[in-house]
Design a protein around this ligand. Structure first.
Ligand code: NAD
Length: 433
């Protein structure tokens, strides 16, 4: 099939490449010429494992192209919209200006029977509003909403082998169109849920709200563990054995971040308030507050470890991305902790395998180094905030030999406390006795 993908960021670039890899002919459109230039040259503009390979292999087939010229979508019959829906500058609601602009830009190039497929995460009600706009355009095009559940770090695999497909449709014919787009996944038995627009939109925000709640739940338990001497990791293991609860997403730590969970739960509360149902999801404000408190907790632990005098002390911050296997620093707890410590006068030195360039753009006032060794050298304190495998595998004896620090703060409960204590460290975890 001939597809277009409007918006080639973390979601769209992967979607475009994966669809071409699966045999479709794809034109990816973005307003950012630098991004388009990199993608067209086969270079991913961001770090995502597996993306270089699909970009190269799909590019070599001639089925994958990128452009800044929206007119190039004219040959395609299915048009995915994957532009950003960030938090508004003046509140919690999602800013839909990119989605609206993408639809307006598309409309002049559409023809009878074309299908616009929204993938961006949007407030419930958006698809109906956009479908009305498409209908009034007189193009004869239709609209479906097909939310995306990929995880950064696993985005290529999640796109090629999704764990489910959700189609929000207004016209039965669109089920067949989407089934042809996703023929490989459907053939492999991927569950698919065919529903209306509102349910499809809500599935996405409900899933993210649930995941955020699960993380904040265990972090709330960590707060109680911290004042009682209980151990959150044993607690999580014990409750996680209950199949109704499950162990995944029950790792206490510095909390969630990134370009999705924080802004999605905030947009959900804003939308629920607009709908007169603010109380139904008011708990998400608490989920958000618990999450943000964990960042402050790490900073407080750091100040304590520096005897209340962080000024001029070298703090090695290990990790700056919101999670490992990504270069994404949007709303990153790790970056937030680094900035807060710098604000208290510490000489913060940040290291990360992939996120330094993005972090430097946002916070040039921090010191960055590409090597863990340099970050640790003569550090007065070590703070792990993103659990990259190389930090989890650090040799505590070597770390001890090159730093001045006596304490390691494990903001992700990812280190082996016994090994670090045996090497002479004072180990401070999150909710761990
Ligand atoms: P992003 O900021 O990385 O990418 C958005 C891209 O859209 C940018 O490259 C931007 O230049 C481009 N763009 C903006 N306006 C445009 C226009 N009018 N025409 C063409 N291109 C335009 O964002 P992202 O992380 O890829 O997220 C996109 C959407 O997908 C959001 O709604 C997000 O919530 C959702 N989502 C993201 C993920 C994820 O893991 N990143 C997962 C699931 C859903």
């Amino acid at each position: 099939m001939k597809l277009s993908v409007i918006g080639c960021g973390y979601l769209g670039a992967v979607h475009a490449s994966a669809m071409a890899e699966l045999g479709h002919e794809v034109i990816g459109i973005d307003v950012d010429p630098a991004k388009v230039g990199a993608l067209q040259a086969g270079r991913p503009p961001f770090f995502e494992p597996g993306l270089p390979e699909v970009l190269t292999s799909a590019g070599a087939t001639g089925r994958l192209k990128f452009s800044t010229d929206i007119a190039e979508v004219a040959d395609a019959t299915v048009h995915f919209v994957a532009v950003g829906t960030p938090q508004s500058a003046d509140g919690y609601a999602a800013d839909l200006k990119y989605v609206d602009a993408a639809i307006e830009a598309l409309l002049p190039h559409l023809k009878e029977g074309d299908l616009i497929v929204g993938k961006s995460t949007v407030p419930v009600g958006t698809a109906r509003r956009l479908a009305d706009r498409v209908a009034e355009s007189g193009t004869g095009a239709r609209l479906a909403w097909n939310p995306e559940f990929l995880r950064e770090g696993y985005a290529v695999k999640d796109t090629i082998e999704p764990d489910r497909l959700v189609y929000g449709v207004d016209d039965e014919r669109d089920v067949d169109v989407l089934d042809r787009v996703y023929a490989t996944a459907i053939g492999a038995g991927t569950p698919r849920i065919v529903t209306d627009y509102a349910t499809a939109e809500l599935v996405k925000v409900a899933a993210n709200a649930f995941l955020a709640t699960k993380i904040s739940f265990i972090n709330a338990m960590a707060e109680i563990a911290e004042v009682t001497g209980a151990d959150i990791t044993s607690l999580a293991d014990a409750i996680g054995h209950d199949a109704r609860i499950g162990r995944r997403f029950l790792n206490a730590g510095v909390g969630f971040g990134g370009g999705c969970l924080p802004k999605d739960i905030r947009a959900f509360t804003a939308r629920a308030e607009e709908l007169g149902r603010g109380e139904s999801v008011a708990f998400l404000k608490e989920v958000d507050a618990i999450n943000l408190r964990r960042r402050v907790r790490v900073v407080d632990l750091a100040v304590d470890a520096l005897d209340g005098a962080p000024f001029g002390k070298k703090v090695a911050v290990l990790g700056v991305t919101f999670k490992p296997h990504s270069d994404d620093v949007r709303d990153s707890p790790a970056l937030d902790v680094a900035v807060q410590l710098k604000g208290l006068g510490a000489d913060v030195v940040v290291t990360d395998p992939e996120g330094i360039d993005n972090a430097r753009l946002r916070h040039p006032q921090l010191l960055y180094t590409a090597t863990t060794e340099e970050a640790l050298r003569h550090a007065d304190l070590v703070v792990l905030v993103t659990e990259w495998p190389e930090y989890v595998a650090l040799d505590p004896e070597h770390a001890k030999s090159i730093s001045r620090a006596s304490t390691v703060i494990d903001g992700r409960n990812a280190l082996d406390p016994a090994a670090w204590k045996a090497a002479g460290w004072q180990y401070v975890g999150m909710g761990r006795n």
